[in-house]
Design a protein around this ligand. Sequence first.
Ligand SMILES: [Mg+2]
Length: 182
Amino acid sequence: MKPRVQALILDRDGTLIAHVPYLADPAQVRILPGVREGLQVAIAAGVKLFLHSNQSGVGRGFFTMAEVEACNRRMVELLDLGAAPFARMCVAPERPDEPSLYRKPSPVFAREIAAEFGFPLDALCYIGDRGSDLATAARAGTRGAGMATGGDDLAAELAAAGLSRAYPIFDRFDAAISAVLS
Ligand SMILES: [Mg+2]
């Protein structure tokens, strides 16, 4: 039997906030429906929250890490769940074609969380809108749930990666949280 979920590792764009290609302007940050409600449920259940976001726009020179952090601060402000709802926020700035440490599907961040907080890997759960989010879950040995809120065809991506059976896909974030925590 699996342990209960003790931490969520959350994607940002297309999962918590509306996907804007190469978002760099805090004024364009929009929280998706059900996200605040879902996170409140998770926090009330004692589940720790982590953010893991690929931001290749930094590596490509489109924008700076400071701009990413400004967007993250705006997201936290709009979520209105306290000053620091995330125990750790991991932004991977690498381009897809360069060696990466944290860029998803790297399992490094999940392993660090498991080691630092003493959680078994299968007590962690990735939630994201892309195949790379759930490929990370598969590589790290965590649980995972997909969001259909990012605009890409996640179902087709998961099918192509042979991951359809492993990870359910949800239309609203709070529905994903209910399923993951049940
Ligand atoms: Mg995403």
